[in-house]
Design a protein around this ligand. Structure first.
Ligand code: ANZ
Ligand code: ZN
Length: 877
């Protein structure tokens, strides 16, 4: 055996089957041990796993296996985020059912995940597209509807008139549908909304309690919720024949800049705009043009600022006798604040862009520290930072904050048209979550529209509202709506003919509570609250930072909504969050500029320069930059091929070893080969230690090893390394510093390899036996298959997957060596380094064998030796 190379292709499937048969990773809810819940963001079943998945799941698996070894009852489930548009598109292309495509992909990807040897409890697996799952989601919807957490309201949507569907903001590109290329229209549709904005303050405040989340994610959520405090102000309209309105109400967070106001801006959807446009075709055309460009905040931010002068004017509220023009501007949203602003170009970039375009005045009123008030000007960049107020009458000289207070008091004492001015208002950027999608492949919204009774939830006993199987995708739009019979039902309340809701839920709903369902995936209620409360919150959630905002915020909202409806008793779903970096790879291009896959080339290294050639033709290939693996750049590596070539353990090891987990990791051939060589090194080490291990290991307990070793300092030194590794690796895994844990395993392996040799004393043999056994356990979270094989050849009983994490002898962690001066007859003659706390007898013995001491003693025995522990050695001759 010992001469043979380790063969992962043989060993990996073998252990996977043994784990399966032994139900090693099946978790019982009634296990009395302390629970630990680790979860990786579940995948969308696109068809194949990619290296990003390999990295994500390797990390989660290390955590899961580690906490199992620590004696925790670990929940580590897996499922499929299985609804969504790609399945419908595939169905259209391949003329199959979206479900067929989805379940085929699940099967393929599950086989891939299994080949990675992940310690997953597959008995808890589910796909969100199965009626067994979405039936409970429908029940949750009904509970939330009854609890007032859901509303139905009109809302503007991006409508693609060719595909006949609503588009998400991200699907509108330059005002056109991403698939059809058709000019997108704005339509008012009645849609279902989750009232997430009711929770804005709570979602914001509770971020402070999420101390195990990355700060950057908390910041992103804070910004998304976007709390701002400001004032509502009324601007009195100068009399005009164009409108009967007497004032315009604006929302501002910067009332301190009021002396710098140079216009009033209205949203294209402001009621006053609509009223004016009715009699003004040019304005109507301007509004229509704004609508064509979509209302996504990002789109608006990027779009060129456009305005339309309505000809109306308002009175300046603080400058006697002055008036300001009223513009309609494309960047003002109707659903924020009041849908109207006062523009202060000097201190707001959007206002400045508009002012420059239409020649409006730009009056700076905030003076940067140290700037000269006589010469300070604003060019094409608004000044948005701190300073003192100037050009502002009674506000001059104040800081921004003091000016805000003063102007609020000033307005608070005024009325315009009978209304008190200056109402303090808190606003949130967070909007209610619109979940209606006009798509087939999603969770049906369980309501019925009855002309008599209105909108009636489907009775729970009738759930699930199943998707019909006999659908066609030959027409654009929603296949549910086209279905000849599905939507025609009787009203659950009065029995009259009624219409089923044909919208389905946003797929983000599916992923907003799956972590709770995993705790009792077969229950006939959405959760079993007692069980869910025991497992939740998830101790460690791991996934991509691309989900930092929506998915995590929706899940946080949903957990609160589930609490309000009695399904869980917690508010925060994820106690610890970790966002891993991406997997990158070099890019390659042919002479003609086409991307080339890494498998189609050979690389030659010549000193520091590397060149690439086409594997088949020998044509030169240029080596490009390192980028995130993506199909479009062809710089992807297929996990299946890696597993087939090197084995899963090697792939896992490399993914964990090369970079800190929050950073990007670059996949390289050299790196994966290094990981593979390390695997063989461990294997050789273990094989060479088999005899030693078998002789000593079973009889060695920590206590008697210490005794036996007391006299053998290199054995002791090795034991220190072993115990420090056990301790340090645990610490690094708990802190998710996998690359550092890996580095320590390298060190331990080196130390053990070095210790092997001939003429080993019994203490050394015991230490090596101990070290190899512990190394196997330390290795098992990362290279679980290799670890099992080592465990087996070492003659250990059971599975290493069930082995306890080794105990640490704290005495062995005190690593410091001390250097003791040696005085002979009161004169310092030599020194010796020994482990701190080393027994006097051992120190004495080692001192007496030192060359210098031997020389001075000239063969005589000393009269006396005094060892002051850790301080000094006095020898009297
Ligand atoms: C005057 C002003 C002067 C403003 C200045 C800013 C800078 P936050 O902080 O994000 O809440 N605003 C108000 N309602 C708006 C709407 N519906 N659409 C677009 N912009 C709107 O932003 C509040 C500021 O954004 C408000 O303060 C208002 O412009 C603008 F030097 O008022 B400000
Ligand atoms: Zn009815």
């Amino acid at each position: 055996m010992s001469g043979e190379r380790y063969n992962p292709r043989e060993s990996e499937p073998k252990w996977q089957k043994i784990w399966d048969d032994a139900k090693s990773f099946v978790t019982a809810n009634d296990d009395p041990r302390e629970p630990y819940y680790v979860l990786e963001m579940f995948p969308y079943p696109s068809g194949r796993i990619h290296m990003g998945h390999v990295r994500n799941y390797s990390m989660g698996d290390v955590v899961a296996r580690y906490y199992r070894a620590r004696g925790r009852n670990v929940l580590h489930p897996m499922g499929w985020d299985a609804f969504g548009l790609p399945a419908e598109n595939a169905a259209i292309e391949r003329k199959t059912h979206p479900g067929t495509w989805t379940y085929q992909n699940i099967e393929a990807m599950k086989a891939q995940l299994k080949s990675m040897g992940l310690s997953i409890d597959w008995t808890r697996e589910f796909a969100t597209c199965s009626p067994e799952y979405y039936k409970h989601q429908q029940a949750l919807f009904i509970d939330m509807l009854e609890a007032g957490l859901i509303t139905r309201k009109n809302s503007k949507v991006n409508w693609d008139p060719v595909d006949m569907t609503v588009l998400a903001n991200e699907q509108v590109i330059d005002g056109k549908g991403w698939r059809s290329g058709a000019v997108v229209e704005q339509r008012e549709l009645t849609q279902w909304f989750f009232k997430i904005s009711d929770f804005a303050e709570d979602l914001l405040e509770a971020l402070d309690t999420l101390t195990e989340w990355p700060e950057k994610v908390r910041t992103m959520q804070r910004n998304w919720i976007g709390k701002s405090e400001g004032l509502r102000l009324l601007f009195e309209l100068a009399p005009s024949d164009k409108t009967d309105a007497t004032s315009i109400e604006v929302f501002t967070t910067r009332p301190d800049t009021i002396f710098g106001a140079s216009f009033i801006g209205l949203s294209p959807d402001h009621p006053l705009t609509t009223a004016l446009a009715a009699n003004n075709p040019a304005l109507a055309e301007f509004v229509a043009e704004c609508h064509r460009h979509g209302t996504a905040t990002e789109t608006l931010e990027k779009a060129e600022k456009q305005g339309f002068d309505t000809g109306l004017r308002v009175k300046h509220p603080v400058i006697e006798g002055e008036t300001l023009p009223v513009y309609v501007a494309n960047f003002i949203l109707m659903d924020y604040g009041t849908g109207a602003i006062f523009g202060c170009p000097a201190h707001d970039q959007r206002d400045l862009d508009l002012a420059r375009k239409y020649g409006l005045s730009v009056i700076p009123v905030v003076l940067p520290q140290g700037a000269d008030p006589k010469t300070f000007e604003v060019g094409n960049e608004a000044y948005v930072d701190a300073g003192n107020i100037f050009n502002s009458g009674f506000l001059d000289g104040l800081s921004i904050d003091d000016a805000k207070k003063k102007i609020a008091e000033h307005f608070g004492a005024q009325t315009v048209g009978g209304k008190v001015q200056g109402k303090v208002e808190v606003n949130y950027r967070l909007r209610d979550w619109g979940i209606s999608r006009q798509r087939y492949w999603g969770c049906p919204i369980p309501v019925v529209h009855c002309e008599v009774c209105g909108t009636i939830p489907v009775p729970k006993k009738d759930l699930p509202v199943r998707l019909p199987d006999d659908v066609t995708f030959d027409k654009p739009g929603n296949a549910l709506d086209h279905h000849p019979t599905w939507k025609h039902v009787h009203c659950p309340q009065c029995g009259a003919s009624a219409r089923r809701e044909t919208d389905t839920m946003d797929t983000f709903v599916d992923s907003s509570w799956y972590f709770a369902r995993f705790t009792a995936p077969q229950a006939d209620t959405p959760t079993v609250p007692a069980v869910a409360n025991r497992w939740l919150p998830v101790d460690q959630y791991i996934g991509g930072v691309e989900h930092a905002i929506l998915h995590l915020l929706y899940s946080r909202f949903f957990t609160r909504a589930m609490k309000a409806t009695g399904h869980v008793d917690i508010s925060e779903p994820f106690k610890g969050l970790f966002t891993q970096g991406m997997v990158t790879h070099e890019t390659y291009k042919s002479q003609s500029g086409e991307w080339v896959n890494p498998t189609e080339i050979v690389i030659e290294a010549n000193g520091d320069t590397r060149t690439a050639r086409d594997l088949k033709t020998g044509a030169p290939i240029s080596i490009g930059s390192v980028e995130k693996m993506s199909k479009s750049k062809k710089n992807v590596v297929d996990p299946d091929e890696i597993v087939a070539t090197y084995g899963a353990d090697t792939a896992r090891w490399f993914m964990l070893s090369d970079s800190p987990p929050e950073r990007d990791v670059q996949w390289t051939e050299a790196g994966v080969e290094g990981a593979s060589r390390f695997q063989q090194r461990v294997w050789r080490l273990v094989n060479e230690s088999i005899e030693i291990a078998k002789q000593s290991s079973e009889t060695v307990s920590d206590d008697d090893v210490n005794e036996k070793l007391a006299l053998r300092s290199d054995a002791l030194a090795l034991r220190r390394i072993i115990h420090r590794s056990v301790h340090g690796i645990a610490h690094d895994i708990e802190g998710l510093r996998f690359n550092r844990a890996v580095a320590q395993i390298y060190e331990l392996t080196n130390a053990l390899t070095k210790a092997l040799g001939s003429n080993l004393g019994s203490a050394q043999r015991a230490a090596i036996a101990e070290g190899v056994e512990k190394l196997t356990i330390l290795l098992s979270p990362m290279m679980p298959h290799l670890a099992e094989t080592c465990w087996e050849v070492l003659g250990k009983t059971g599975l290493v997957a069930d082995a306890r994490w080794p105990d640490v002898d704290p005495a062995l962690l005190v690593d410091d060596e001390v250097t003791l001066p040696i005085q002979i007859n009161g004169k310092r003659r030599a020194e010796i380094s020994v482990a701190k706390g080393l027994a006097a007898a051992e120190v004495e013995q080692r001192v007496l064998s030192l060359d210098e001491v031997v020389r001075i003693l000239e063969g005589k025995a000393p009269k006396k030796i005094v060892v002051v522990q850790d301080r000094i050695v006095n020898v009297v001759v």
